[in-house]
Design a protein around this ligand. Structure first.
Ligand SMILES: NC(=O)c1ccc[n+]([C@@H]2O[C@H](COP(=O)([O-])OP(=O)(O)OC[C@H]3O[C@@H](n4cnc5c(N)ncnc54)[C@H](O)[C@@H]3O)[C@@H](O)[C@H]2O)c1
Ligand SMILES: [Zn+2]
Ligand SMILES: [Zn+2]
Length: 351
């Protein structure tokens, strides 16, 4: 079968790989129908993610059809259409039972990281019963691909951890797919203001169409002053960090108001300064989180009912055969006005 393989920093290729086999009784083999690329895949290709070894098939998002199940799997059978969660959950360990499957003792973020992922014709899913979701007949599967990772990430790490509330003020630093997912799901709680901040004018324009009340181009260097002006000098109730660099965490510290929350979502690859000398007296909360995907069932209902429309994030479509081109476009997102790449399997030859 065809698979997109990480060969080492800066090196990837579409390779012929053996089809995955059932290894544990709880496994399922899924024939992929749709997958996508994540900013985190780009982090891996830069060499930023040491847990992902060269030779790994990338990808932790997608939908597909059950091809085979292990002896212990009773809730799925061949032919069922399923949504794949980026987080694998045993549902039994202490972390899973505390609602933190991101830290599952035999799961967590495995796909496209510790085990082969979804940018392939087939993928092996451990703990299949508790890591896959059945897709109802007639569902729009393009939209559901956004539920594997980005929607729960923006919602859980940004909106829920950030305590977005009716009438509140929210600033989202970073208007990539994760920031946009936070923007879409923040509106479920009717905050009074949602300020989107980015360096890319096109992404800010999209953010406005997606419901931002204000957008700020931070390339001029005065984003903090603009947020303070918009909030009457008070700062925001919720500052969501959705980039993952020191400058944007600093911006969140500069704009969070008394009693507010900084919800960090970004993956940080280097040291970041924490200014307790200015924050200690301001009653703020700082949260961090690896997405748990515990809200996926709720978000799926919101998508199926049309209340949430994450399909709007898809800007480009490719087949698995042309996934290298998809990476080229995604890697230069500003130039191509790109957000999410949808990869379908049609043109790939099974075998
Ligand atoms: N915590 C988790 O579980 C989790 C899960 C998935 C992704 N992530 C992380 O979330 C972050 C966002 O993901 P994404 O896919 O949206 O990434 P992305 O790279 O597509 O988007 C980041 C955005 O930040 C903007 N940006 C860069 N520098 C900026 C600056 N100085 N000021 C303002 N904006 C700036 C870019 O223009 C871009 O639009 C990444 O770090 C990703 O690895 C975390
Ligand atoms: Zn991801
Ligand atoms: Zn577990």
């Amino acid at each position: 079968m065809k698979a997109l393989v990480y060969r080492g920093p800066g090196d990837k290729g579409l390779e012929d790989r053996p089809r995955p086999q059932i290894l544990q009784p709880g496994d399922a083999i899924v024939r992929m129908a749709r997958t996508t690329l994540c900013g985190t895949d780009l982090h891996i290709l830069k060499g930023d993610v040491p847990t992902c070894a060269p030779g790994r098939t990338l990808g932790h998002e997608g939908v597909g059809v059950i091809d085979a199940v292990g002896a212990a799997v009773t809730t799925f059978r061949a032919g069922d259409r399923v949504l794949i969660s980026c987080i694998t959950s045993c549902a039994r360990c202490d972390y899973c039972r505390r609602g933190m499957p991101s830290h599952c003792e035999t799961g967590g973020w495995l796909l496209g990281n510790a085990i082969d992922g979804t940018q392939a014709e087939f993928v092996r899913i451990p703990h299949a019963e508790t890591s896959l979701y059945p897709i109802p007949a007639g569902a729009d599967e393009d939209a559901l691909v956004m539920l594997s990772d980005i929607l729960p990430t923006g919602f859980e790490c940004g909106v829920l951890n950030g305590k977005v509330a009716p009438g509140g003020t929210v600033a989202i630093v970073g208007s990539g797919p994760i920031g946009m997912a936070a923007l879409l799901t923040a509106q479920l709680y009717s905050p009074a203001e949602i300020i989107m901040i980015d360096l890319d004018p096109h992404r800010l324009e999209v953010a406005r169409q997606f419901g931002a009340t204000h957008v700020i181009d931070s390339s001029a260097g005065d984003a903090a002053a603009q947020v303070m002006a918009l909030t009457g000098g008070r700062g925001v109730d919720t500052a969501i960090e959705a980039v993952g660099i020191p400058a944007t965490f600093q911006l969140c510290q500069d704009i969070v108001g008394p009693g507010g929350t900084i919800a960090n979502v970004g993956v940080h690859g280097c040291k970041v300064d924490l200014h307790l000398e200015t924050l200690w007296s301001r009653n703020i909360t700082i949260t961090t989180r690896l997405v748990d995907t515990v809200t996926t069932p709720m978000l799926m209902k919101s998508v199926l009912s049309g209340r949430l429309d994450p399909k709007r994030l898809i800007t480009h479509r490719f087949t698995l055969d042309t996934i290298i081109e998809a990476y080229d476009v995604f890697g230069q997102a500003a130039r191509h006005q790109a957000m999410k790449m949808l990869i379908t399997m049609e043109a790939a030859q099974p075998g």
